[in-house]
Design a protein around this ligand. Structure first.
Ligand SMILES: C[C@@]1(CC(=O)O)c2cc3[nH]c(cc4nc(cc5[nH]c(cc(n2)[C@H]1CCC(=O)O)[C@@](C)(CC(=O)O)[C@@H]5CCC(=O)O)C(CC(=O)O)=C4CCC(=O)O)c(CCC(=O)O)c3CC(=O)O
Ligand SMILES: NC(=O)C1=CN([C@@H]2O[C@H](COP(=O)(O)OP(=O)(O)OC[C@H]3O[C@@H](n4cnc5c(N)ncnc54)[C@H](O)[C@@H]3O)[C@@H](O)[C@H]2O)C=CC1
Length: 209
């Protein structure tokens, strides 16, 4: 089965994580970054999740899962250590046409998490559709080493310039050409690229021997 790759806007969308251990904790930053309204339900709570609740970043209910917890949600993540509970959550989500990810449990997932390289608003998401998460992780590290560290701020600047061009020029070939020119930049420049930095350091180390 081929998966649909999308980038979701989650602001004002209630997203529930059931389970509050280390696996649940790993999922929270990505949801908060996408401005989701994050809810967590579990009887036993990781201290860092309790701290996020105390700081008002998420809402937390310290009890076991109930089917009506899925009322009114946009998506749900099943991250308990009880596979029967994760399966029950997926079945209930399916009944409600609600998107569900049961962590590390492909039959109980409508969507998988990707391996992500980030530079500001640039996100490169890698999926192997469950064939090899280890390969997704390896590829992430390789791409991360190749991309300039300052790509995020640079992208933000050209985003602003693109806005100005869109306002100043009528749609058409001239405008398109300008936008393509704006986007030109070597992807791995010496000073800013982690891989280039490592290579330079290795060369210096060799020279001083
Ligand atoms: C289907 C999927 C469902 C989902 O959870 O969304 C799923 C399923 C499973 N993962 C397992 C194992 C591992 N998962 C990782 C790591 C990641 N796994 C992630 C996603 C996904 N994992 C979805 C598919 C993504 C895809 O394939 O593209 C990443 C990308 C994102 C994230 O988790 O946020 C994150 C990388 C983050 C990064 O970039 O570093 C590592 C690496 C490590 O831990 O060192 C290992 C050990 C090595 C290995 O197994 O390859 C197991 C067996 C568990 C067991 O042994 O019982 C299953 C279950 C099964 O395969 O049946
Ligand atoms: N910790 C890890 O690195 C990895 C864990 N896993 C698997 O992911 C699952 C979760 O892992 P952890 O977060 O480490 O486990 P954990 O034991 O730290 O947390 C489990 C959480 O599930 C909650 N829970 C249990 N029954 C519940 C119910 N009926 N309703 C609501 N919440 C309930 C517990 O209260 C607890 O908050 C486990 O099945 C584990 O085998 C898989 C890969 C890696």
């Amino acid at each position: 089965m081929s998966l649909l790759p999308v980038f979701l806007k989650l602001d004002r969308r209630p997203c529930l994580i059931i389970g509050a251990g280390s696996v649940a904790l790993q999922k929270i930053p990505a949801l908060l970054n996408a401005e989701a309204e994050v809810r967590v339900i579990a009887p036993r709570v990781h201290p860092e999740i309790a701290a996020l609740a105390a700081a008002g970043r998420i809402t937390l209910q310290e009890r076991g899962y109930r089917p009506d917890d899925l009322d009114g949600l946009f998506l749900v993540i099943a991250a308990t250590n009880d596979s029967a509970v994760n399966t029950a959550i997926y079945e209930e989500a399916l009944r409600r046409n609600l998107l569900c990810n049961a962590v590390d449990d492909p039959p109980n997932c409508d969507f998988y998490f990707g391996s992500i390289v980030t530079r500001g608003d640039l996100q490169i998401a890698i999926s192997t559709a469950g064939e090899s998460p280890a390969f997704a992780q390896k590829l992430r590290k390789e791409i991360d080493a190749q991309l300039p560290e300052d790509l995020g701020p640079w992208l933000h600047t050209i985003g602003e310039q693109r806005g100005e061009i869109l306002e100043a020029y009528e749609p058409g070939e001239d405008r398109k050409l300008l936008l393509h020119q704006l986007a030109q930049r070597p992807t791995c420049e010496a000073a800013a690229c982690p891989a280039q930095k490592l290579a330079l350091r290795a060369r210096h180390a060799g020279a001083s021997r």
